[in-house]
Design a protein around this ligand. Structure first.
Ligand SMILES: Nc1ncnc2c1ncn2[C@@H]1O[C@H](COP(=O)(O)OP(=O)(O)OP(=O)(O)O)[C@@H](O)[C@H]1O
Length: 249
C-alpha cells in the first residue's frame, strides 16, 4: 500500500483546561481529498495550524513525506511542499494577482538578485505565475490588485500561490467560505482535478462540496476524531448524525 503523504499521530493541544486537539491521528494518502468536518469550535483550524507549523502541539507527531516535521517552522514546512490557504487572507493587497503569485515563484526559485531586472518583464517569473493563475481560473484577473478581487477570487489566488510554491500537499481551511453557489461550483471542479497533483486536507462547512469531493471524511467533535470513513460510511454513522450532521441529510 502507498505511504501516506501526511501522517498525524496522537496529536494533543490544550488551551488552559480546554482540549482543542484530543489524541488526533489521521493520514492524508496520495491523490486523496480528506475532508475534516465538525461543529464550530471542534478544533479544525487549530489542527490545521499545528500541521502548518503556526501552532506548537502539546504532544504527538506530524510526518510529511516520511519526515518528522514537528520541529520545523512554517516557512520550512512550506519549502518542503506543505501548501496552505488561510481563513484570514495572507495576500499583499496592493499588489496585482500576478505579482502576488510571482513572489511565490521567486521564493521557490530562491533568487534574491532579480532587483536588477524589471521584475514584471522577467519571463522566468511571469510565465509560471500566469500558468498558476490560469489553472485556478484567474488568468483574466492577473492585473487586478488582490484588494479588488472578490472574496472567492482571493481564495483562488491563494491556491495559485500554493501551486506556484510547488506544493506537494494542500491544507485548505474553508476555501468555499463567503462564496456564492457559482464560485463554490467552480472551485469544487478545480479541487476535484487538483487532487491528482497533490492530496488535499480540506476543512469545509459546505456539505455539498464535502460530499462531492471527499474520498474520506474525518469528523472532529470537541477536538476528538469520532469517525473516519468514506462519504457513505460517514452519512450512515449514527454517532456522526447525532453529533454533527443532524437533519442536514
Ligand atoms: N489561541 C487560542 N486560545 C484559546 N482558545 C483557543 C485558541 N484558539 C482556539 N481556541 C479554542 O479552541 C477551540 C477550537 O477552535 P477552532 O477554531 O480550532 O475550531 P474550528 O473547528 O476551526 O471552528 P470553526 O468551524 O468555527 O472555524 C475553540 O473552543 C476555540 O475557542
Amino acid at each position: 500500500m502507498a505511504e501516506p503523504v501526511l501522517e498525524i499521530r496522537n496529536l494533543n493541544k490544550s488551551f488552559g483546561a480546554l482540549k482543542a486537539t484530543d489524541d488526533v491521528s489521521l493520514d492524508l494518502m496520495p491523490g486523496e481529498i480528506h475532508a475534516l468536518i465538525g461543529p464550530n469550535g471542534a478544533g479544525k483550524t487549530t489542527l490545521i495550524h499545528q500541521i502548518a507549523g503556526s501552532l506548537k502541539p502539546g504532544s504527538g507527531t506530524i510526518n510529511f513525506l516520511g519526515r518528522d516535521i514537528g520541529a520545523l517552522g512554517v516557512s520550512e514546512r512550506t519549502r518542503l511542499g506543505l501548501g496552505r490557504t488561510f481563513q484570514i487572507s495572507s495576500l499583499a493587497p496592493e499588489f496585482s494577482a500576478l505579482r502576488n503569485v510571482m513572489l511565490a515563484v521567486q521564493a521557490r526559485q530562491g533568487s534574491s538578485f532579480r532587483f536588477f531586472r524589471p521584475v514584471m518583464r522577467d519571463a522566468t517569473l511571469t510565465e509560471p505565475a500566469m500558468a498558476a493563475l490560469e489553472r485556478v481560473g484567474l488568468g483574466d484577473r492577473a492585473r487586478i490588485s488582490a484588494a479588488e478581487l472578490s472574496h472567492g477570487e482571493r481564495r483562488q489566488l491563494e491556491i495559485a500561490i500554493a501551486l506556484a510554491l510547488g506544493s506537494k500537499a494542500f491544507l485548505l481551511d474553508e476555501p468555499m467560505a463567503g462564496m456564492g453557489p457559482e464560485g463554490s461550483k467552480t472551485l469544487t471542479t478545480f479541487l476535484d482535478g487538483l487532487r491528482r497533483e497533490a492530496p488535499i486536507l480540506l476543512v469545509e462547512h459546505d456539505m455539498d462540496a464535502v460530499f462531492a469531493l471527499a474520498d474520506r471524511i474525518s469528523v472532529l467533535v470537541y477536538g476528538r476524531v469520532i469517525a473516519t470513513g468514506t462519504v457513505e460510511e460517514i452519512r450512515r454513522d449514527p454517532e456522526v448524525r447525532r453529533a454533527y450532521l443532524g437533519d442536514q441529510d
